[in-house]
Design a protein around this ligand. Structure first.
Ligand code: PLP
Length: 470
């Protein structure tokens, strides 16, 4: 059937033509799409004319907010000047050269990572993590350690959906029926004290148990088979999990002892989200690889980046006469328009002090959420860092008993929130609504959004009560 020839509504055309990402087909066919039409600042409008405060910044990505004509102007100029140029075989372009230098300077000067040496570009967080995955294998092959290939991720970690990055993702829902994870990927325990602590276990003891779990995996598999460990500084999709205070220091010491590379997945945390430029700075990390996407352009253009350390670069460079070209990279790696957009976006973050603003507005919003919702009978925990927050639902606050599998209280809450005019995400690992508004959001919009969300949880109360009894 040619849908364009029939007089179908947009909703019907969507049902008949679009295969949506991360969507229930049954839901799409039954309820149809939500079609967004306009956006400005932290607010979106849909085709019914609803005004929605976007507490998600899209998918944790529109850091400078919607509708920035300065970025549109940079894109128009770049498209007119050099609409496309590839980067293969030493081809280059000015915007990408300047962006690589700027990203490295930010990591070196604002995140305490002076050892980062080069940046490779792509177009998504998934491809940045696939690049990281391939480069740790490449590194160990060149070093004459062909057995050292496995990568350890964590349960609850989210690193993308392609075969390598999707296997690194430690959320079973992403693996079902896809024959994932691939061989060579291992998952360590999720360092989320509120949900996974044993009875009476303090945060310190819990942290030690998490490190012991990782140690156990390394000993069981043999350190000579483990190439790398990957972690988000703050788990996003896994439930906005802020690690226990000493977790990363202990993990890094363990990795160093065993010559295991550390990949920091900064796809969400990069470019200001934690109230610092990078989670690497927030948590004093010393990663060998930093992957970035989302906030690098505030999602105005698909750009990702993978920064690597000087020790990796040295091995690649020294072996280059033997290995020839590094046969990895994409048609759109270092796209001049994407790089120009990224530069304009970073200009805005710097000029408007959005990182500092995030450091002030994050705690303000967290306090507001706590003030309004800490006593809600099904809200167990409210947490976060910078403008990255989560509310975890439990069926019983005293015992922290989760809702029954499939009850999905957080999906119900997010639905009520949308009806009240505020967008939050219902996450796929534990029952959490996440909050990650544009870093540019006004205090007024924070307050109005929290009001709307509070009203939504009141609306949801009777249904949550029923679900809690399951
Ligand atoms: N890594 C993290 C931490 C993410 O949150 C995401 C996406 O949400 C990705 C990687 C994958 O990014 P993309 O969807 O651009 O492939």
């Amino acid at each position: 059937m040619n849908v364009a020839k029939a007089n179908f509504s947009l909703e019907e055309m969507d049902r008949l033509s679009v295969f949506h990402p991360v969507t229930s087909i049954a839901d799409q066919q039954k309820n149809g799409p939500i079609i967004y039409t306009k956006a400005e600042g932290a607010r979106l409008a849909d085709h019914h004319g609803n005004d929605l405060i976007d507490f998600g910044a899209g998918l944790w990505c529109v850091n400078v907010g919607y509708g920035r004509s300065e970025i549109a102007g940079a894109a128009v100029n770049a498209m007119q000047e050099l609409s496309y140029a590839h980067m293969f075989g030493t081809a280059s372009n000015e915007a990408t050269i300047r962006l690589a230098d700027r990203v490295l300077s930010l990591l070196r000067e604002r995140a305490g990572a002076p050892h980062l040496a080069r940046v490779a570009f792509g177009t998504s967080g998934s491809d940045a993590n696939d690049t990281a995955y391939k480069l740790v294998i490449y590194y160990n092959n060149l070093r004459g350690k062909p057995r050292k290939k496995k990568v350890i991720s964590r349960l609850g970690g989210y690193h993308g959906v392609t075969y390598a990055s999707g296997s690194l993702t430690g959320i079973p829902a992403y693996h079902v029926a896809f024959d994932m994870p691939i061989e060579g990927v291992l998952h360590a325990a999720c360092p989320h004290h509120y949900r996974f602590a044993e009875d009476g276990e303090g945060e310190q003891e819990f942290c030690d148990r998490m490190v012991a779990d990782l140690t156990g995996i390394i000993e069981r598999e043999g350190a000579d088979t483990i190439a790398a460990f990957i972690a988000e500084p703050v788990m996003g999709t896994g439930g906005v999990v802020v690690p226990p205070p000493e977790y990363f220091a202990k993990v890094q010491a363990l990795l160093d002892r065993h010559d295991i590379l550390f990949i920091a997945d900064e796809v969400i945390t990069g470019f200001g989200r934690t109230g610092e430029w990078f989670g690497t700075g927030t948590f004093r990390l010393k990663p060998d690889i930093v992957t970035m996407a989302k906030g690098i352009t505030s999602a105005y253009f698909p750009v990702s980046a993978t920064a690597i350390s000087d020790r990796m670069w040295k091995v690649f460079e020294e072996n280059s006469p033997k290995t020839g070209a590094v046969m990895h990279g994409f048609t759109y790696s270092g796209h001049p328009v994407g790089s120009a957009v990224a530069m304009a976006n970073i200009d805005i973050i710097e000029r408007e002090g959005l990182v500092e603003k995030c450091a002030a507005d994050g705690p303000y919003m967290l306090e507001l959420l706590k003030e309004r919702l800490a006593d809600h009978p099904y809200v167990g925990d409210i947490r976060g860092v910078g403008l990255m927050m989560g509310i975890e639902f439990v069926a019983d606050r005293a015992t922290r008993r989760p809702f029954a599998t499939g009850a999905n209280p957080h999906r119900l809450a997010a639905k009520h929130a949308t009806a009240r005019g505020v967008l939050t995400r219902a996450l796929p690992y534990i029952d959490v609504n996440s909050f990650s508004p544009p870093l540019s959001i006004s205090r007024g919009d924070i307050e109005e959004g929290v009001d709307r969300y509070t009203a939504a949880l009141d609306d949801a109360l009777p249904a949550l009560k029923n679900l809690s009894a399951q």
